[in-house]
Structures are given as C-alpha cells and as structure tokens.
Design a protein around this ligand. Structure first.
Ligand code: ZN
Length: 502
C-alpha cells in the first residue's frame, strides 16, 4: 500500500470516529442543557454504547498499524498531514500499554470519584473523598509507569500531557515570578488601596434583559451568528462540532448582572477560536489540537484584557444602561470600570479577580506536584491547602467545601490541568503587546471594531495553534518564548493606577 492509500484508509476511520464523537458530544450537550432529570441515566447508557464503537475503532489492528507505519515513513504527506499523524501517534504511544481491563478499572474509579466528590463537597467533609482521590492518584501513576517514554517525575508527565514541553522546572520558575510580584501588590491594595464603590453591582436585572446582553456581546466579539447557539447551564462551557456548529452556554444570576457579562465574553472567546481555525485543518483531521492553555489564552483575553479595560466599559456602558432599563442610570462609566476590577483576597477560585486569580492556581499546582510525586499523602491535603491560603492570600479557610473540595478537577484524571489557566493569562498579555504593534487595539475597542481583533487572532494565532507546541506557538506569534514580565508589568500598572497606590 502506498502512503496515499494508507492515509485515505486512516482518514476513513477518522471520519467514522468523528461522527461518533459528534453524536456523543451532542448527547452530552443535551444532558447538560436540557435533558430532564430522569432522562440523564438512560442517556448515559446510549453514550456508553457509542463510546464502545469508538474504542473498537481506535483499538483495531488496522488503525494501529496505519498510525505506526505512517509515523515511521511519512513521505509524500503534506505538513498538516504529518502533524495529524504525529498527534495520533503521540496519543497512541502513551496509551498503548493500557489494557482493556486497566482502562475499565480506571473508568470505574472516575465514575465513583465524581459522586464522592459531590457528596464530600455537600457535607464539607474531605474524608468522604479521600479514598477516591487516592485511587485516582494511584491509577494516574500506574498509567504513566506503563509508558516507554520517561520524564523526570510522574508530575512532569502530567504537565507534558496538558501542555507539550511543560515541566516542573519551567513552572516552578513561572510561579515563583508570579508570587514575587503579585503577593506584595495584593498586600498593598489591602493596606492602602482607595475604597472602590460596588454597592450597585447586586441590583437585580431581569433574566430576559441579561440574555439580550449576551447576544449583543457575542455579536460584538465577531462570532458568526449562523454557526452559533446560546444556552444556559449550571457550569458554563463552550463546545463545537467543527466550525459550523459552536455552542456557548452561560448562567444568569438576577442579582449579579455583571457575572453573565464576563462569562459570555469568556465563552465567546473560546467560540471565536472554534469558529476560526482554518477549514484545511478540519479537512485533514488536525483541528482542535491546540492545548488548553492556548484556548484559555483567548477566553481570558476577551474576558479580562478586553472586557475589563476602560475602553471596553465605555463602549458597552450605554448598552448596559439601555438593556437594564434604568437600573444603572446613575452610575458613571468610570464607576463601572472600577467596580468590575475590584481586587481582593478571596476563597473561591472561580470568583477571583484578575490579580489574585493566579495565586489560587499556584496553590493547586504546588499541592498536585507534591501528591502526584508522592511527597505528601492525601490526608495532608486539607491542612496544607489552608496553610497556603493563609500564607499567599492572608485568609482563613472556614471549611473543606470552600477549601480543597471547591473544584471539580481532582475528581477525574485532570492532574496537571490547573497551570494552563495561569499560563493563559500570561500568554494573553504577551500577545496583546505584539498586536498593539500592528494597530491601536484600545482605539479599535473604543470604536466597537472588535472584528479587527478577531481577524488578527485568526491570522496569527488560530491558524497555527493546532500545528505547534506552546513554545513554538508563542514564538511564532510574538517572536519570543513565554516572558511572564509582560503579564506582571500589566498587572502592576493597572492596579497601581486603579487603587492610586504610591
Ligand atoms: Zn475557559
């Protein structure tokens, strides 16, 4: 068989797998957004049946042989096709030694862990979750031990899985730099920052008005409306089935109008990435291979760098006043800008402000690194969590529900994922500084020309994300590797001015 024929055969299998994935994904979306309570369990069974078909296809002798052979000899393949094979081979070689029995056991552990985590969080009792967490750590290490390719430590493998090239050596340096400048800045704000008015932020706005605001924002960001759906869910997310079916979800709180504004901007950022990867990458089964930090770079870019800028607030304030029917008529643009940027130490990551957010991530990083590498036991997690919140944020954690049980991430095999949020923040500012060399971003935002930002990102960022490692990507976009000083300078300048610090 020639390479051309092999590729044709491989793509036929991938087409089939993709259709199954789309079906499973649409069912999962349905489950999150509209299925009745009693319909969830039967829907889970339907999804499992489809999942079995995917497993069969990806574990067939033909599929494995095609990937191995095309990886060994990729002559005649286009650069994009070579990347497709590389991504598939990389995943295959990491998981090839996981037997069906082990994979089944690992699934059982996750299924149980999610339920245990929910009950533990509800009862605010870590002991109800400790066994499941210990099992997840055990199986994570077991799966890593089975690989041929060895990294310095098991947690290095977790980091490399999430962000190719990521390692403890890289992230220790990254977080040390954040800690050195963010912790004192936050302490200065608490000690000498000017008071910021925010009483008006909880004024109720009817939900239909908030929905109109979401639709306005998604359009403003430059999303193709005919390839977009907006729904509501408990924990907002965005998903896609190719470029032509992108689905954004949000959550409305009547007494927190602004929460939906930033959720929509964030999810809209993910949606822009999904709508604007080149069609060629989809045709060659290479799309959606960007890392989670790359995705978070874009969502946080729109949420914070654009959304929490004074230019953007001036742009949307009239719309906010119009849609809220007088609720914010007495509030100036400047007051609104200051209120959406209030920074203070807090307990809950998802509600944290732009400045303190990375400290929440750093705490999770330090703990994950220690428990995956066997430096601490599972039982030590709650007390260490609380001690770190005291040390970095200066606050007491009252209970485990608001402490180490707050996030869903540790109820699955997602160790190594948290750092991507902090990396995304740092990549974003570096990209913004490069964009500003090409045009006046602030002026474009003031004029409501957000499509200029979308077009720039499409050309420079979205086009190559699935084809590059994070380091290759940021170097291609900005001309240098990740430089955390852009982010830290940005934070210092913004918050020193905002709080009128000396
Ligand atoms: Zn996100």
């Amino acid at each position: 068989m020639t390479n051309r024929q092999k590729l044709k055969k491989l793509f036929a299998i991938l087409d089939e797998i993709e259709s199954y994935f789309h079906a499973i994904g649409k069912m999962s979306f349905d489950m999150e957004c509209c299925a009745p309570e009693e319909g969830i369990e039967p829907a889970g069974k339907d999804m499992a049946v489809l999942g079995k078909q995917v497993h069969k296809l990806t574990h067939s002798k033909t599929y494995e042989r095609l990937i191995r052979e095309l990886h060994e000899n990729n002559e005649g393949l286009s650069p994009v096709q070579k990347k497709t094979v590389e991504h598939l081979y990389d995943y295959w070689s990491k998981t090839k030694n996981i037997s069906a029995q082990l994979s089944y056991e690992m699934d059982l552990v996750t299924n149980k862990a999610y339920g245990d985590w929910l009950s533990a969080k509800k009862a605010s009792d870590f002991s109800l979750f400790r066994k499941s967490l210990a099992d997840l750590i055990h199986y994570t290490r077991l799966a890593i031990d089975l690989r041929e390719e060895k990294k310095a430590t098991p947690y290095d493998s977790c980091l490399d899985d999430t962000e190719k090239g990521g390692s403890i050596a890289q992230l220790d340096g990254f977080f040390a730099a954040l800690k050195e400048r963010i912790v004192p800045l936050l302490q200065r704000i608490v000690a000498e920052g000017k008071p910021i008015r925010e009483d008006f932020m909880s004024r109720p706005v009817p939900i239909p008005r908030q929905e109109a605001m979401s639709r306005y924002l998604l359009k403003l960001e430059g999303l193709r409306q005919s390839a977009l759906v907006l729904m509501t869910t408990e924990h907002p997310f965005t998903t896609n089935f190719g470029r032509y079916d992108v689905r954004v979800t949000t959550h409305y709180h009547e007494d927190s109008f602004i929460s939906n504004v930033f959720t929509t901007l964030h999810e809209g950022g993910h949606a822009l990435f999904m709508q604007n990867e080149p069609q060629e990458l989809h045709d060659q089964h290479c799309a959606d291979n960007m890392t989670s930090a790359m995705h978070e770079t874009i969502s946080r870019f729109y949420e914070n760098l654009i959304g929490r800028s004074e230019a953007f607030i001036s742009l949307v304030a009239p719309k906010i006043r119009e849609l809220s029917e007088g609720v914010f008529d007495d509030i100036s643009d400047r007051e609104l800008y200051e209120a959406v940027n209030v920074a203070r130490p807090s307990l809950i990551r998802t509600e944290a402000d732009e400045l303190s957010y990375c400290l929440h991530i750093m705490i999770r990083y330090e703990l994950e690194k220690a428990f995956i590498n066997g430096e601490i036991t599972v039982d030590e997690i709650p007390a260490l969590w609380n001690a770190k919140y005291k040390e970095y944020l200066g606050i007491e954690v009252p209970d485990d529900a608001q402490g180490c049980l707050q996030d869903v991430h540790w109820s699955g095999y997602s160790f190594g994922y948290f750092p991507s949020y902090a990396l995304g923040n740092a990549y974003g500012v570096q990209i913004l500084r490069r964009m500003e060399k090409d045009f006046d971003v602030d002026a474009a935002v003031r004029a409501g020309e957000l499509t200029r930002i979308r077009d720039w990102l499409t050309e420079h960022v979205f086009s190559i994300a699935s084809l590059t490692t994070p380091d290759e990507w940021i170097r291609a976009v900005t001309g240098e590797s990740l430089n955390v000083n852009y982010f830290l300078d940005y934070l210092e300048e913004k918050f020193t001015k905002l709080y009128e610090l000396k």
